[in-house]
Design a protein around this ligand. Structure first.
Ligand code: MTE
Ligand code: MOS
Length: 787
């Protein structure tokens, strides 16, 4: 085999402005196959391979430990098999509540739950043995759906709610009312790189886990607890993931724990990489929601009171269901002031995989609820939904004349509201009014093809709702040649965090980005790091890096001052040099001199998000440090005879503050829109009656592909500095734009309504698959007497 061609990175060699559009630090590696993912790490001699034996039933009692050890050990190539009984310490992979055994103990609670880990000489042998193994189990009746769980009062945690004013009275007194139920579907994270951990024992009982994970610290602590080790015995390393999307926030532990157990017991390196079917069968998805609403409004469409019930399918354990459902409650308003609200959120326990984090973390589901309400109000009144949206937006109390019109249902005053401005810019850029007229003209002359258009805004709160997680750490190391190694607690999953962090670091030192390497995330470099999630990666780790570079500048100033013969206070850093007294000294000469002067060239940085103060038991207070805003226009065409549809065009205006890297942010916005559109229109999890997931591979589970991206796809960044002192005054980008995909769903509803001349109210649940579109068309046409 020829040696691979080594290509140098493409980063600029001169000091660039804040917010420069530079390429992803690994772009050259991604496109040449040179990027090392966990499975690409050269294996240590003697490496063994693991596979998981899975529960065949949704609910049952294991007979004994559930497997026949003798039979499994006889299978070809098998070296060992471990069950819950072999775990020396705590049997847990639950990220918050420790209710989640990584190997089933006594009972199984969903189809696919890991019962045992088989270790073999080759991966194929391990997988064959696992597939062949019979799980001995006494089957019990499962609870599978939200309705069954509500009826049985089966919950993973108690309900929570929000009460603002007297919603019942407001609805009773309102001139008009609507009442209904809608649903949003589950969604598979479908990261391209599947779940994997490579566990390597080290001397003296220590362990290194190379893990595709959004939360190395969680994997580290849990492995230590499982093996009766201390945290400093376990190192977790992740250079990058091939996507996570929330699916590797808590769920990576299912695999890292089993690999760690096997490696520790055998004192041999063990790799556990699951195939796609197992991955989709074992891991949690986005929570699906049932949303019941009763809303009173006036003749213009202004909401006066709302009574809303959210019920989500959480699966068999708590996982992240607390904060996910909380976030749904905190986003039930989206951009709208709801003067009186009664909101109840049920967290249903079912015998399905434990639903977990997925981009947006409950926010999209909450927003889907209120957008459905708005859409239905507009249909009832025969108005353009955009008019009703605008009428209900948050408003400055000095304009509205009502004191709380800029205050959320959880009592946070919105300080950075720009939702109306974002909408106005998008209306103009997308030529919304003209295009609506064009859509109407098309529909007037087209019999079976109908078009629809929708403009949907978004507001998304930034901060972990668990306040203590809002902290970040960094370790900055400068070598005497001036090259810099920048480490932080965040993980790279394709979102470009490491590129942004290199920019923040370079800017803080006044040097070019190519001098900075952001190294693999390593739990021994930055301890106790929060998961890279809640879109907070750049905010908290960037601020920690800024803190580190500020300290380093102070250390280097006296060195530079001596070289420049000026006062230390005069020294500035820019363009790969230190400047002062009218002269400059090159960065590499400065770092060399600092070494000669015996100045410490490594420093840690730390940051905690200020101001947030929030009671998660009552869902009340300042939950978020700031908000991100955005809006999208989607235009679609449907075939009313088949339910097929086409995305004709998308226009987006989105607020990322002062972007750290506009290229990366636009990529995030485009990708997130498509992922949100996929959730609401094509991705569908289908289960059989006994709780087996039937859609466990790309052949049956349809995600959007390149061909689903429309040619007309315009993304503008809203010109807006974050009021808060985040890095470069940027805003988080990772999750919020997923909710731009709501506009695709509501454009489809608009097209369905057009199929019956907008004479009847469309009720359509998500995902709006061709089947649902077809059925919805038939239903509205029948209601309008057009069948
Ligand atoms: N982008 C890519 N390419 N791959 C991913 O897995 N995950 C998303 C988002 N963008 C993801 C992504 C999710 S769920 C989150 S929370 C954020 O990135 C996390 O990264 P950040 O905090 O650095 O934005
Ligand atoms: Mo993202 S769902 O917060 O990992």
């Amino acid at each position: 085999m020829n040696a691979p061609i080594l290509i140098k990175n493409l980063l600029p060699t001169t000091h660039v402005q804040q917010g420069a559009e530079i390429v992803h630090e690994s772009a050259h590696l991604h496109v040449t196959g040179g990027a090392t993912y966990t499975d690409d790490i050269p294996e240590v001699a003697g490496t063994l391979y693991a596979a998981l034996i899975k529960s065949p039933v949704a609910h049952g009692e294991l007979i004994g430990e559930g497997i026949d050890r003798e039979a499994i050990l006889k299978a070809h190539g098998v070296v060992a098999v471990f069950t819950a009984r072999d775990i020396p310490g705590e049997n847990n992979c639950g990220p918050i509540v420790h209710d989640d055994p990584f190997l089933a103990d006594g009972k199984v609670e969903f189809v696919g739950q890991a019962v045992a880990v088989v270790v073999a000489r080759e991966m194929i042998y391990a997988r064959e043995a696992a597939a062949k193994a019979k799980v001995q189990v006494k089957e019990l009746q499962p609870i599978l759906t939200i309705e069954e769980a509500l009826a049985a009062q089966s919950f993973v945690m108690p309900a929570k709610g929000i009460v603002r004013g007297d919603a019942a009275a407001a609805i009773a007194a309102a001139p008009r009312k609507i009442k209904g139920t809608t649903r949003t579907g589950q969604q598979e994270q479908f990261y391209l790189e599947g779940q994997i951990t490579y566990a390597v024992p080290r001397e003296d009982g220590q362990l290194t886990l190379y893990c595709s994970t959004q939360h190395p610290d969680g994997n580290q602590r849990e492995a230590a607890a499982a093996l009766n080790l201390t945290t400093n015995d376990v190192e977790v390393i992740c250079r990058r993931m091939g996507g996570g999307f929330g699916g590797k926030e808590g769920n990576a532990s299912i695999f890292s724990q089993s690999a760690a157990l096997a490696a520790f017991k055998l004192q041999k390196p063990v790799k556990l990489r699951v195939n796609r079917d197992d991955d989709m069968t074992i891991t949690g998805k986005r929570h699906d929601f049932r949303i019941d609403y009763e809303v009173g409004f006036d003749d213009n469409g202004r909401i006066l009171g709302a009574d809303i019930m959210l019920a989500s399918r959480c699966g068999y354990s708590v996982d992240y269901s607390g904060p996910v459902n909380d976030r749904a409650c905190l986003h039930i308003d989206n951009c709208y002031h709801i003067p009186a609200l009664k909101l109840v959120s049920h967290r249903c326990k079912t015998n399905t995989q434990s639903a977990t984090a997925f981009r947006g973390f409950g926010g999209p589901q909450g927003m889907f609820g209120i957008e459905t309400v708005i859409d239905e109000i507009a249909a009832t009144l025969g108005k353009d939904p955009l008019e009703v949206r605008k009428l209900n937006l948050y408003k400055d109390p000095s304009i509205s004349g009502t004191p709380d019109t800029m205050t959320t249902q959880y009592n946070q005053l919105i300080e950075d509201w720009v939702g109306d401005k974002v909408i106005a810019q998008l209306e103009q850029e997308s030529r919304y009014a003209k295009r609506r007229a064009e859509v109407q003209a098309f529909n007037a002359q087209s019999k079976s093809r109908k078009r629809g258009i929708a403009l949907v805004p978004l507001k998304f709160g930034i901060s972990f709702t668990a306040t203590h997680l809002n902290q970040g750490g960094a370790l900055l190391v400068i070598y005497m040649d001036g090259s810099v190694s920048c480490n932080h607690g965040g993980t790279e999953m394709g979102q470009g965090l490491n590129t942004k962090m290199a920019q923040v670091c370079a800017d803080g030192l006044g040097i070019s980005v190519d001098k900075v390497r952001v190294t693999a995330t390593d739990s021994q470099k930055v301890p106790n790091a929060s998961a890279t999630s809640a879109s907070s990666g750049a905010d908290i780790n960037g601020a920690a890096i800024m803190n580190a570079t500020a300290q380093m500048r102070e250390r280097l100033k006296p060195v530079a001052a001596r070289m420049l013969r000026c006062a230390a206070e005069e020294v500035t850093f820019a363009n790969n040099a230190a400047h002062g007294g009218g002269q400059s000294v090159e960065w590499s000469a400065l770092t060399k001199q600092a070494w000669l002067d015996r100045v410490g060239l490594s420093v840690t940085g730390f940051y905690m998000t200020p101001e947030i103060k929030y009671d998660f038991t009552t869902l009340n207070g300042r939950a978020f440090y700031y908000y991100c805003y955005g809006a999208a226009v989607s235009e679609v065409e449907i075939d009313t005879r088949t339910g097929e549809w086409w995305l004709k065009g998308v226009d987006i205006v989105h607020d990322v503050g002062r972007s750290i890297n506009p290229g990366i942010d636009k990529g995030q916005i485009e990708g997130a829109y498509i992922q949100g559109m996929g959730w609401l229109t094509m991705e569908e999890c289908i289960w059989d009656k006994k709780g087996k997931l039937l859609t466990h591979g790309p052949s049956t589970y349809k995600i959007p592909v390149a061909g689903d991206v429309p040619e007309h796809f315009n993304v503008s960044l809203f010109d807006n500095a974050n009021l808060k002192p985040t890095p470069f005054h940027s805003k988080a980008t990772g999750e919020p734009p997923l909710m731009l995909g709501l506009s695709a769903f509501f454009a489809l509803k608009d097209a369905v309504a057009a199929s019956a001349g907008h004479k009847s109210v469309v009720r359509m649940e998500a995902p709006a698959t061709p089947e649902r579109i077809l059925l919805a068309c038939e239903k509205v046409r029948a209601e309008a007497g057009l069948a």
